[in-house]
Each structure stands twice: as structure tokens, then as C-alpha cells.
Design a protein around this ligand. Sequence first.
Ligand code: G6P
Length: 610
Amino acid sequence: MCGIVAAVAQRNVVPILLEGLKRLEYRGYDSAGLAVSTDDKEIKSVRKAGKVNHLTEQVKEDNLIGTTGIAHTRWATHGQPTAENAHPHCSGGTIMVVHNGIIENHEVLRQKLINAGYTFSSQTDTEVIAHLIAYYQKENHPLSEVVKQAVTCLEGAYSIAVMDRLSPGKIIAARSGSPLVLGVGIEEYFIASDPLALLPVTHQFQFLEEGDLVEITTSQATIYDQQGKQVQRPVATDHFEFDSAEKGNFKHYMLKEIHEQPEAINNTLEGRITENRILPQSFGCDAEKLLKEIDTVQIVACGTSYHSAMIARYWFETFGIACQVEIASEFRYRNIVVPKRCLFVTLSQSGETADTLSALRLAKKLGYASTLTICNVHGSSLVRESAMVCMTRAGAEIGVASTKAFTTQLTALLMLATVTGRLNGTVDAKQESTIAQALHKLPGLVKSALTLKNSIQHLAADFSHKQHALFLGRGTMYPLALEGALKLKEISYIHAEAYAAGELKHGPLALIDVDMPVIVIAPKNALLEKLKSNIEEVSARGGQLYVFADRSANLTETNCMKVIHMDTVPDIITPMICSVPLQLLAYEVAVIKGTDIDQPRNLAKSVTVE
Ligand code: G6P
């Protein structure tokens, strides 16, 4: 999704803006641009389709320098990903705007502005903002007031940064529905969609709240709330010490993040479990009291986070707590009947996914007993707006295909299900102790699952020329199969589907032939024998099987079945362990296919528009 970086300093800000854009690449984008000005009231801009590297080359060629600047990576929503549609958008050669989000009433505004004599040079919704600001601009009127007036006309979601050739050394930024953070330096201030963009220049951040507008110059940053009242927002300095935006020795962020999982899970657990117990305070100071007051759980999420929710439902139900899960974009448009004493849980890596955030806001209006988010980004909207919070502490996840955010979410969810069960009397001390001990072993077991990399590398060649793949699992391995299929399609562009193995006879069996690889996840559990029958059904029809099986599952290789042996692990934590080979399989296939692994085509890391 689009990314914004802006800076006001006494030094040349062009390298800061370009580095910031590189650091926001993970969000997904298809074009980029920047505008800078100097004190002599000159403003220059460059816009390019494609990667930030193209922009950087052009910026060098044009020898762009400036002390005030705004920059942007665009993910096309209105109009093709061309240089003309890339941001910044300009009005009258003076006003420059970058924008993240969608302006829903842009057609009405566009017509109004055309009638007032403005000419449009792009198909974007953003250009209306630039002309609207010019429209409201009057002599001697401060830019902040003009922007404030213009944004009151906007319907939809936005975060914007604005500069004006006639107000040198000043940037106005505003947010409503899309994230924005203010970075505080020494006699320099910055704006970005994510603190990660600014880590090379500052570790001090103020997260803007809904409706906030900020004016930055080299001497100060002034924040106004929705009512126009000057306000302070807390300065966050922790949590940003570790700059995980570096790839280190890994070829891709995704591979690095897969390998970071043992440490990430360790961080999720740290200080939250004793030898035999899971601490309710892991979910917030009031969690013990609030979790005692609930009978059922509703989880809402998107993408990979939704798959964690599906797995968690099995855990909650095993521990005697009724649980519903739903995709956020469906939940928010249904007529919901709210069960009594129901906890509303959101799961999100970014904490900014538009549908999940809207679902939370709706849930608060509908009167759920309480709200809780499991999230990876400090200060994100979901974190700020939920009553209870559990940070997954996975560190920045840059690869668009989520890996460590998924396994840390699962870890937090298993803790939540166990604690909720104990507080409601459905999980006893012995059960809790067994789970706590399994969780203690988890980082080490994930580490040993990573050693499967070499054998998976060999398998990957079998997939690289295939058009389709089918993933099968039962119980918690069914949502995990969905996640395995999602990983493969996201980064290798192979069409992959997942089925609950019991559904095989109800349709997908018709697809089985030598060209359809079938991946089966077969840990040793109560459903193994049933799964073996499904494996038979596939081999009897000439299907090529790849089975990730527990060593003690007694599955042996045949001509049409390759078996990848996995360690025996406690049943309750198999979803975290078995996700590792599926992530590695998708990764290795994508390496052979030579796709853009960290930034797959058409996808965005953080989907901040509907
Ligand atoms: C996008 C990302 C996925 C992610 C989903 C939900 O589609 O590409 O990797 O699972 O959004 O994001 P969230 O940040 O809410 O977990």
C-alpha cells in the first residue's frame, strides 16, 4: 500500500526521502515520486513508474537537492501505475501533495473543481486534494488552515503531506483512516507512514491520532486535533532500537524472517509464562478481570492472520470456549447478532488493515463485552483502539508474505485460549502446565524444523513447472493447508488451493492427475488414520504426493509419494512447527521461478484501503 515520507531540515533531505521510500517498499507499490524545495521558493519534482531505484537514478540525473521535501510510493487504485498518476500531485505549480488512502467523493469534487477552472492531469483521486487546497488558498492565510479547510471536504480515508512553494520550509500533514507518524529530530522533523522509514534519522516518534493535523518546520512541530485544538501526543522512544530493515546475510527478507522465528517466538513468550502457568497480564493489566467475564470469542482478521484465527478456533473449542472466526471484510457488512459475554478479538501483523480496523470500530458500537488485539506494530490503530493488547514482538516483518508474524500470532493465541479456559474453569492446572511446557519447547522445535531447508530445496524443482497445487490437512492442519497454499500462490504465482482432506471426495478428487502435486500435512494425531485413507485416494488416481509426516507415522516413500519426515512434537503446537516447511517450500519454489519474493506482484504488505 502507498507510503509517505516527508522531511524539513537544514540539510539536503533527498537522501533521507529516498532511503525512507526504500524502507517502505515492503508495503507494496508500483510507482514512486518526490518533490523538494529550497529557501529560494523553487519546487522541483520527479515521478517514475516502477521501482524506487528508477526514481533514485532520475533524481541523481536531475541533481535534485532541497531542504524540504515530500515523497511517496503509490499502489494504484484510481488510474494506471504511470508516471502521470504517481505522486506528488501538483496544483498551479505551487501546491504539492502526496496521499495514502482513497477519497470516496473524488468524482463530485473533481467536477466542482473543473467548473471552477482547474485542469486535471491525472486519473487519481489525489489530484483533487491538491486543487482543493489551491482553491481555498487566500493571501496571508496560513497553509495549515487552508489544508484543514480542504480536508473537511474529503470523504474516505487519507493521510497526506502537503508543501507549498510560497511557504518554504514548511510541511503540513494530516491523517484520517490511514496511519502517519511524526519523527522528531534535532532542528529537523519528519513524517512517515511507518517509523521504519525514519530509523536512520530518528528513534523518537509521535503517532498521530485520527483527525490530527501537524505542521512541521525546522524549529517546531505543532499538532492539532480534529477540533483544531493544539495537542501533544506521547513521544515513543523504545521498541525502535532494533532496525530489522536490514537483510543481513540472507538473500531475501522472507528467508531472514523465516529464520528469525525461534527468536521471535521466544520474544512473544518472554515474561509471559512461568514453568507451569500463562500469565493473564500478557493481555493487559485488566485482562484477568475482563477475560473472566466472557463466555464466547469472536475473532476477525484478514489474509494470513485469518488463518491463525481459524487454527485458534480449534484451541478455544478444545478448552471449552465457543469461538467464531470471520474474515473482516465479511464481518463488517453482515447483520451481526452479538452473543452475550462475547470477547471481540482482532489479529493483525500491521494493526492498520482497513477492514479489520473497521470491524473493530463496528464491534465497539455493537456492544461486545470487550475487545482485544494481537498485533505486531506498536502504536498502530488496532493497538490504540482495543481494550486489551498482546504485542507479538516479532520485529519488523518486511516480506509481503507473512511468516514470523503468523507463528508468533499463533503462539499468543494459544496463550490466550489457555488463559481464557483457566479463568473460566474449563482448563485445569495440569492441562495449563502441559501447554506451558510445550510452549517452552516451541522455539527449539521451530529451530530444528528449519533444518528441513535442504530436503525442501530438492523437492522445490518438482513444483516450478506446475500450474496448480493442492494442499490437504485435517483438524488444525486444514487451516494450515490454507496458509501453505496462500504462501505458494503469493510468491510463486502457482495456483494453489487447500481442502479439508475429508472434502476430497466432494470435488477436488476430479482434479487429481500427474500434473497436480498434492501436499499433505500429516502429524501424528487422532486424525492420522483418516488422513492416510485420503492419501490412498490420491495415490489410487495417479496423483503425486508430498507428505510432511511425523517420523512415527509409518508412512514410507513410493513412486508417487515423497515423504518429508518431521520430529514428533506435542500435538498442541504442531501448527507452529508445520508452518515452517510450508513457508520454506513456497520460498524455494519462488527462488527457482525467479519471482520478486519480498514484493510479489499486485500485493501489498499493509492493506490500509478497503
Ligand atoms: C495483506 C498482506 C498479508 C496479510 C494481510 C492481513 O494481504 O499481504 O500478508 O496477511 O494483509 O494483514 P494484517 O497486517 O492485518 O495481518
